[in-house]
Design a protein around this ligand. Structure first.
Ligand code: 8YV
Length: 315
């Protein structure tokens, strides 16, 4: 029997690659030296795309595959997939929600704690001998009882807020409407107003054209010189130029970021900043969660080609 041919946009761990190679004929786009030539060669044979959240599939890739039926995303975010191009051709799209929610929330909260308490600098204080030479490490900011804003109270935002409640933080959130599952937290519709009353602002929105730069200069200034922004969603939710300027001038106190425009080639201005915690887009990066994500990617592809309902459809 001829195998179904799949375009694989990025690498997966070996526990996913093995089963994918067994079930399908995988074409590794990320290994191709000349990507347009590779796409022109394999495109007509491709019936499925397996991609990753941050990589997606753009219109050019979709159009290079005239027999494409399904795109399976390894990630909850599908903002990098051109959904319009998919709708025009009835191409199905799946993602991996739920399985990663708690890991992403865990890392977001860890980033806030790490940055607020200066843990990276504290580690260097011990290793570099500053403890012996200079004595006590400079004092840092308290987290418990501080005011926190959660921008986007979806699955991930909700899990973040639940954890923050455990730290006795004073919680408010912004979303398109008040959530009946969050009766104990203040709903503040306007992100600027949310930022004004927050010491810490979590960005946990699903990214789309509508949320692009929702954290703009005004929101950043409202958060202020003692405020911290924590982004575990997508870089596009924040105006990165405004963020860099605010961090450089002290208009904003600090940031803890897992996502960047153009990642992994982030803007080098970030590297020069002492008031930012930089993480390599790994909020879903635990063995347990990545195994569950990989399984869902395969099961969605398999379900589609077996004519069964998709497990986690987006389109
Ligand atoms: C990435 C993510 O997919 O879930 C998302 O939307 O961005 C992540 O989980 C992950 O880094 C794998 O590429």
């Amino acid at each position: 029997m001829t195998q179904i041919e799949i375009l694989q946009v990025g690498p997966y761990p070996e526990w996913d690659q093995g089963p994918l190679d067994q079930a399908f004929k995988m074409h590794r786009y990320f290994e191709a030296e000349d990507k347009p030539v590779f796409l022109a060669q394999v495109g007509p044979h491709i019936r499925g795309i397996a991609t990753r959240g941050e990589m997606g599939a753009d219109r050019a890739m979709i159009e290079a595959c005239p027999n494409l039926q399904v795109i399976s995303v390894y990630g909850v975010g599908f903002d990098a997939v051109d959904l319009e191009a998919c709708k025009e051709r009835g191409i199905r799209v799946t993602n991996t929600p739920d399985v990663l929610t708690k890991d992403v929330a865990d890392l977001g909260v860890a980033m806030m704690l790490c940055q607020a308490r200066g843990m990276i600098g504290a580690e260097a204080w011990v290793r570099d001998g500053d403890w012996v030479k200079h004595g006590l490490y400079p004092l840092k900011r308290r987290v418990h009882e501080a005011r926190v804003g959660v921008l986007g109270l979806g699955r991930i935002g909700y899990e973040v807020a639940k954890r923050l409640a455990g730290f006795d933080m004073d919680i408010a959130y912004s979303d398109i409407g008040a959530k009946d599952y969050a009766p104990d937290w203040d709903f503040i519709a306007d992100p600027v107003e949310l930022a004004k009353r927050s010491d810490y602002l979590f960005v946990t929105l699903a990214a789309s054209a509508a949320t692009r730069h929702i954290v703009n200069r005004e929101v950043i200034e409202a958060l202020g010189p003692d405020g911290m922004v924590i982004n575990i969603s997508r870089a596009s939710n924040i105006d990165e130029q405004a963020l860099l300027e605010a961090l450089e001038t002290g208009t904003l106190g600090s940031a803890a970021l897992d996502v960047f425009e153009g990642e992994p080639d982030l803007n080098p201005r970030f590297l020069a900043l002492p008031n930012v915690l930089l993480q390599p887009h790994h909020a879903s990066g635990t063995v347990e969660t990545r195994k569950a994500m990989g399984r869902l990617v395969r099961e969605n592809l398999q379900a589609h080609f077996d004519g069964k309902p998709l497990l986690t459809p987006v389109l």
